[in-house]
Structures are given as structure tokens and as C-alpha cells.
Write a protein that binds this ligand. Structure first.
Ligand code: HEM
Length: 331
């Protein structure tokens, strides 16, 4: 008997809700800490709805688009953000749109939404193509590349140029690296219920605080520059909208601005970068699988998931992708 019952309106593609096995008290926590991507992939393959318990906290992994709509859109009010996951995110993005709730979230959301209207996003099209073409122009045949790093740089440039009118190319690696340290810190704290306070000088906390200081310096410089220069003439970007006084004349504090800008930098680049990296990887194995299956078997151990050398990493390693590319090119 599982402890998760879904509304009958929600479709299930695979067998009913699955209770994921684990050890007493900790449940699958050690499995998740060892291989988060692998464990979630196995859970997703078992059912659209998997439930498990960690330290008497019941968690559910939902993998069906309708279920996500049910939680994130249709019934968002029923799902609070006072969990260890959001708490961990707050150490990077503070109380920005991703982690805020209630009236404060609604107010910030109303202010930021016009920046995401379809017309505006369509207008960004040319900028997307230009920046993607500039990135592709750096690629040459036969070279090995860290595709996930390339995609992180690309999406960071796109998000900051289109929404903050700031080109971070010159510091993209440092900002990308600091954001990655921040993301790893969030995942580590989500998977470590017994973590020491962030103020405790562990190597991980020290590295995190340095990365956060790096990000804060970029974000605060962006805000200060805009304050000094004033809003853009052409109707402005997201930063102008966030800095424009609301109907009641209230303006955001620097802390609120910092949280919203940091949220956009984090939420607006890593997600798209990972989607693009996996897409490129899938494209490379698809074409490669058709072109050179016999040779590939050795490399991929006969199925489409990454070979052991790739397992455990959150994205396909450069060598996997370039190995496919070089095998394919060699034909
Ligand atoms: C493949 C790309 C993306 C995926 C899979 C994705 C996924 C998500 C998910 C699941 C949430 C809900 C989180 C929650 O409520 O707990 C979310 C919220 C958010 N995302 Fe994305 N996202 C993507 C791209 C972007 C981009 C490009 C931006 C901005 C440039 C962005 C900005 C945001 C913001 C601001 C929120 C908070 C919205 C709110 O609650 O008001 N995301 N995203």
C-alpha cells in the first residue's frame, strides 16, 4: 500500500504509484547521494509517480507533464516552498521569484511578467541566433569540446543580454563556474539533512561563499550601473521593469533586486544549457548509432545510456560526445 494517491483525472502511463525501496529511516538517500541522476532516471523508468521517505519525510517524484501542471500551475497554492530544497536554493537566490510565496511572490510576478510576454520573447529571436552563431563559429571540425561548458556560456550570455542588457562574455567562465558551485552546493545541502550550518568553515562552505561573493559582485555591479545610467529608452528590459516604481509608488530594495536578478541568472541559464547539452548528445548518438553501430557497441555497452565512463556525471562528458563525433566523422 503506497502513501500517495493521485486524483483520478491525472493520467498514468505506467503501472500505478511505486514505493521506492530504501534502508530504514534514510530510505534511498545514500543511493541518491551516490548517483542522483541515475537514481531519478531509474525511478522515472519505474513509474510516473514514485514515492519514498527520507528521515520520516515523505517525498514524491512525478514524471508526467500533467502531474507537473497539476502541482506547478493548477494547484500551486497547495504546494508550499518551505522545504529543504527551497531552503537550499535560498542560500543562492534569496527570496526571488523561484523561492518566494504568497503576496510577495504575486507582486514580484506581476512586475516581472511583461518581460516574458510572447511578443518580447519573439523579439529576442535575432539575438538568440546571433549569439548561437558566434558560439558555433568558435567550433572547428575534429576538435574535442566540453559541450556542457559551451552551452552554459551560450545560455548565460543569452539570458543576461536579453533580460539584463549586460554581456558577461568576458567573465562568462568565472560566472558560469561560480553558478555551478552554487548549484552543486544546493544539491549537496538538499541531500545532506545533517549538513553543518553554512557559516561553518568547511571546504565546501568556504568555496560556496567565495562563489557567491563572485556572483554578488556581478549582480550588484549590474544593478549599480543601471541605477547610474537610468532605465533604457526603448521600453526597457527585465531589470528596468524590476526597477520601475509600482502603482503605489513602491520600489524594490537593492536586496529584492539582487534576489530577482540572481534568480534569472540561475534559473535562466543552467536549465536551458542542460536541455541543449542532452539534446546535442542525443543527436550525436542517434546519427552515430545508425552510422557506426558495430564499433559503437564497445563504447556504449549496447544501449543508449552513457557508458560507465559517463555514468555519475550530470551531463555527457566531452569525451563521450566528441568520441561519437569523431567515430561518426571517421564514418
Ligand atoms: C529548459 C528550460 C527550463 C526549464 C526546464 C525550467 C523549469 C522551471 C521549473 C520546473 C520551474 C518551477 C519551479 C518551482 O516552482 O519550484 C521554473 C520556474 C522559473 N523559471 Fe524556469 N525553466 C527553464 C528555463 C527558464 C528560463 C530561460 C528562464 C528565464 C530566463 C526561467 C526563469 C524561471 C523563473 C523566474 C521561475 C520562477 C517563476 C515563478 O514561480 O514565478 N526558466 N522553471
Amino acid at each position: 500500500m503506497t502513501s500517495l494517491s493521485l486524483p483520478s483525472t491525472l493520467p498514468l502511463r505506467r503501472p500505478a504509484v511505486v514505493e521506492w525501496p530504501g534502508i530504514p529511516v534514510l530510505g534511498p538517500l545514500l543511493e541518491l547521494r551516490k548517483d542522483q541522476l541515475g537514481t531519478f532516471t531509474r525511478m522515472g523508468a519505474a513509474s510516473d509517480a514514485v514515492t519514498f521517505s527520507i528521515l520520516n519525510k515523505r517525498l514524491h517524484l512525478l514524471s508526467h507533464p500533467e502531474h507537473m501542471k497539476h502541482v506547478l500551475v493548477d494547484n500551486a497554492k497547495n504546494y508550499g516552498k518551505q522545504t529543504r530544497g527551497y531552503q537550499a536554493m535560498r542560500s543562492v537566490v534569496g527570496n526571488g521569484l523561484l523561492t518566494s510565496e504568497g503576496d510577495h511572490w504575486l507582486r514580484q510576478r506581476r512586475i516581472a511578467s511583461p518581460a516574458f510576454h510572447k511578443k518580447r520573447i519573439d523579439a529576442f529571436g535575432e539575438t538568440f541566433v546571433r549569439i548561437a552563431a558566434e558560439a558555433a563559429a568558435e567550433w572547428t571540425r575534429e576538435e574535442e569540446r566540453d559541450v556542457s561548458r559551451d552551452m552554459m556560456r551560450l545560455t548565460l550570455r543569452i539570458a543576461t543580454i536579453t533580460l539584463l542588457s549586460r554581456d558577461v562574455s568576458s567573465e562568462a567562465d568565472a560566472v558560469g563556474e561560480a553558478l555551478t558551485v552554487g548549484l552543486e552546493h544546493i544539491i549537496r545541502r538538499m541531500n545532506t539533512p545533517w549538513a553543518l550550518p553554512e557559516s561553518f568553515p568547511t571546504p565546501g562552505n568556504v568555496r560556496f561563499r567565495r562563489a557567491l561573493a563572485r556572483l554578488d559582485s556581478v549582480v550588484n555591479a549590474t544593478i549599480a550601473e543601471r541605477r547610474a545610467r537610468g532605465p533604457r529608452e526603448d521600453g526597457g528590459d527585465l531589470l528596468d521593469m524590476l526597477m520601475t516604481p509600482a502603482e503605489d509608488g513602491a520600489t524594490m530594495t537593492d536586496e529584492q533586486l539582487r534576489d530577482e536578478v540572481m534568480t534569472i541568472m540561475l534559473a535562466g541559464h543552467e536549465t536551458t544549457a542542460m536541455s541543449l547539452t542532452w539534446t546535442l548528445w542525443l543527436l550525436s548518438i542517434r546519427k552515430w548509432k545508425r552510422g557506426c553501430a558495430p564499433r559503437s557497441r564497445k563504447c556504449w555497452a549496447g544501449d543508449s545510456r552513457p557508458s560507465p565512463t559517463c555514468r555519475g556525471s550530470s551531463t555527457p562528458t566531452a569525451s563521450c560526445t566528441s568520441r561519437c563525433a569523431s567515430i561518426r566523422r571517421r564514418g
